[in-house]
Design a protein around this ligand. Structure first.
Ligand SMILES: *[C@@H]1O[C@H](CO)[C@@H](O)[C@H](O)[C@H]1NC(C)=O
Length: 390
């Protein structure tokens, strides 16, 4: 090899070596910078993590405090609830204790009043009965008489006589009616012990039952018959298959009751609904002797949220409530004589109490409503006025 070539090769190698060294230095500097950054990130992350941990600890302790407060509130509410319950029970008790005597007095007064009322009616019976013009104006008073039986049922006096007898139809599907000889006996009785038990030929269904002039009228459990039962002889006197069909429960809030029966100054009425007009309630006047339908009306009163109904002087009053029992009110009125319409009739609210009526039976002799509300037997005294005075 020639010396010049060797020199060239040597100097080339040296050059390459210097370049290589520069590259390595450069890379080393970069790596150091990256390492710095990484350690900075690690530091920051560690700080964030510890911040987060601290926050979490704070949150947990606050949540615990909130939980404790919630628990405290719940306990407080529970105790308030039981106190309210107790006060209600005490009120009920006081009502039955102290109420018994005055209630009998009140009732005697009512009987006196009713006798004079009836005498007055007898005096001008002819045009009064054919020209019955009373309508409800308000609910003047309420009296809780007793609590006996299940959540649903019917209690009523004989609506056509002054016999004073009280009848109890407990529940919505029984075949027994309990007869008390007076309101006094009823309030005095422990449960139903002072009553006479009458066995019906067929069980009743719902809360449609009425008692009129010593007969019980009711819809049988087979749901297609109205039964007339003689309470004096305890025998079935008649039964009728109704001329209309396709019944549906008349009130959506008391679905056991297919047909509701009512008595007013003019006799016996059936309040019902059929599939053909399933949004509305229909009304029929019945002959008490033959159980024939004399006349029928389709009313503009909706079934929806209706809980009960009654008839006064040929005017149907439908009582409405809410699914969760609230304040009952008469919100639809249908007058077969066309004298009163819902727009003109006053909106009548029931005094707030237990909230859901299983039945409301009007007694034209006394202007009283016999109500069954969650096992409580309640009397409402009605204030009436003349229809044309609106
Ligand atoms: C009344 O009917 C209910 C069922 O609704 C029943 O639990 C209760 O024992 C009955 N009461 C009497 C006195 O028959």
């Amino acid at each position: 090899m020639r010396p010049s070539l060797l020199l060239l090769l040597l100097s080339l190698a040296c050059l390459a070596n210097t370049q290589h060294q520069a590259l390595i230095d450069y890379l080393e500097r970069r790596l150091l910078a990256i390492e710095d950054r990484i350690s900075l990130w690690q530091e920051q992350t560690a700080r964030y993590a510890s911040d987060l941990r601290e926050l979490k600890v704070q949150m947990v302790s606050q949540l615990e405090a909130l939980d404790k407060e919630k628990e405290g509130l719940r306990i407080h509410l529970d105790s308030v609830g039981t106190r309210v319950d107790r006060v209600e029970r005490e009120l009920d008790y006081l009502e039955t204790q102290t109420g018994a005597q005055p209630c009998v007095d009140v009732d005697d007064k009512l009987i006196e009043q009713q006798v004079s009322l009836v005498q007055e009616k007898h005096k001008n019976k002819y045009y009064q009965l054919s020209d019955c013009t009373d309508m409800i104006s308000s609910i003047k008073a309420m009296k809780i008489l007793k609590r006996v039986g299940g959540p649903k049922g019917v209690w009523t006096k004989d609506t056509g006589l002054n016999s004073g007898k009280i009848y109890i139809f407990n529940s919505t599907d029984q075949d027994t009616v309990y007869e008390f000889s007076s309101v006094q006996d009823f309030t005095r009785s422990t449960g139903l012990t002072l009553s006479k038990k009458l066995k019906l030929p067929m069980a009743f269904k719902g809360t449609g039952q009425v008692v009129y002039k010593n007969f019980a009228y009711y819809v049988s459990e087979t749901e297609d018959k109205i039964v007339k039962f003689d309470l004096t002889s305890a025998l079935m006197t008649d039964s009728a298959i109704l001329p209309f069909q396709d019944f549906i429960p008349v009130y959506t809030l008391n679905s056991e009751t297919l047909i509701d029966l009512a008595v007013d100054e003019e006799g016996l009425w059936a309040i019902y609904a059929t599939r053909q007009a399933d949004q509305y309630i229909s009304l029929a006047k019945m002959d008490v002797k033959s159980l024939d339908i004399e006349q029928m009306w389709d009313t503009n009163c909706p079934r929806e949220n209706a809980e009960a109904g009654f008839v006064i002087c040929g005017t149907l009053y439908v009582v409405y409530n809410t699914q969760t029992p609230g304040r009952s009110r008469v919100q639809c009125v249908f007058d077969v004589n066309g004298l009163v319409s819902s727009d003109e009739a006053p909106l009548v609210y029931f005094p707030k109490r237990y909230g859901a009526h299983a039945s409301l039976k009007y007694n034209p002799q006394e202007a009283l409503l016999y109500a069954w509300d969650d096992g409580y037997q309640i009397l409402y005294k009605l204030e009436l006025k003349k229809k044309l005075e609106i």
